[in-house]
Design a protein around this ligand. Structure first.
Ligand code: MLT
Length: 302
């Protein structure tokens, strides 16, 4: 009998993915395997019986990788399992930053009792005019599972797409549309693109990669999207640049006191993977990984 724990709610684990061979326990100290979504594990004591941790998501920055390596605990993530959810929210953010959707909706609500609302709207709509994303240059930084989906979808949206990734995998390169132009110098993305979206993992080498120098190279009309991790961006520098009109918008999925309410910032509460489908996909992949490892010793993304 294997014992596992869920360190925070993981929607799809309710799908009875484990067989009778597994017993759910409340505490990490009694568990041989742990499933985790966004809870930070850095301050937890890792019991000697713990064999595997599966993160239901792509990023593993909430897992103490060094401690796990020391103890021989295998760490899994679920690359690609939530990529559609994130991709779709990236486009929602892009469109939201380009069109005054909320201004228009708020205006309709404020004027709902006006019998002539349709007529008045025709006069008002110039106040809510936006820009199109079709034809714009999109820079995709990081061509993993999510970056590739975003880049390919952007091609279909009529965007001129530039991709940067010094470590692109064979699989990702194979899946990437031929219409995406490879850029070997990330600075060219900063200088040339109208919209820039980041899809890299948070590592020491990527921390604050979008810093004041990078932002200074961008167009004053540039829109930057961050659905990867907040620490990838020097957000103080970003907020200053937005306030000074040196860049147009910053769309982030990571709320904090620097960005929420700041001029030009559009912030959502880490919703990228919060779709029924992504949650199920991540849970199924995470449980399969644990099961495959516990039962067969296999280390695979399944
Ligand atoms: C990820 O790393 O894939 C996301 O942060 C997942 C999540 O929203 O839990």
């Amino acid at each position: 009998m294997y014992q596992y724990t869920c360190l925070n709610p993981i929607a799809g684990v309710g799908l009875d993915l484990f067989s009778d061979e597994y017993k759910k326990v409340d505490d990490l100290k009694d568990a041989q395997a742990a499933l985790v979504r966004s809870a930070a594990m850095h301050d937890l004591d890792l019991p000697d019986d713990l064999l595997a941790v599966a993160r239901a998501g792509a990023g593993v920055n909430n897992i103490p990788l060094d401690k796990c390596a020391e103890k021989g605990i295998v760490v899994f993530n679920t690359p690609g399992a939530n990529a559609n959810g994130v991709k779709e929210l990236v486009f929602a953010g892009m469109l939201y930053a380009s069109r005054d959707i909320v201004g228009g909706i708020d205006w309709c609500l404020a004027n709902q009792s006006d019998e002539n609302i349709a007529k008045t709207a025709e006069k008002q709509k110039k106040n809510f005019a936006g820009t199109e994303i079709s034809g714009k240059k999109l820079g995709v930084i990081g061509l993993g599972a999510i970056g590739v989906l975003v880049a390919n979808a952007a091609v279909h949206m009529g965007m001129d797409v530039y991709g940067y990734d010094p470590y692109i995998s064979v699989n990702a390169a194979w899946n990437l549309s031929r219409s995406v132009k490879h850029i070997s110098n990330v600075e060219d993305i900063y200088k040339e693109c109208d919209i820039i979206t980041i899809h890299v993992p948070l590592l020491d080498s990527t921390k604050k990669m979008i810093n004041a120098d990078a932002i200074a190279m961008m167009k004053p009309t540039a829109i930057v999207l961050n659905f990867a991790r907040d620490l990838l961006v020097d957000e103080e520098a970003m907020v200053d640049a937005l306030a000074a009109g040196k860049i147009k918008k910053y769309v982030s999925d990571f709320p904090n006191t620097t960005t929420v309410g700041a001029k030009g910032c559009i912030v959502t509460p880490h919703l990228g993977a919060s779709t029924a489908e992504s949650e199920d996909n991540c849970a199924i992949m995470a449980v399969r990984e644990i099961r495959d490892y516990m039962e067969n010793g296999n280390i695979v993304h399944s």
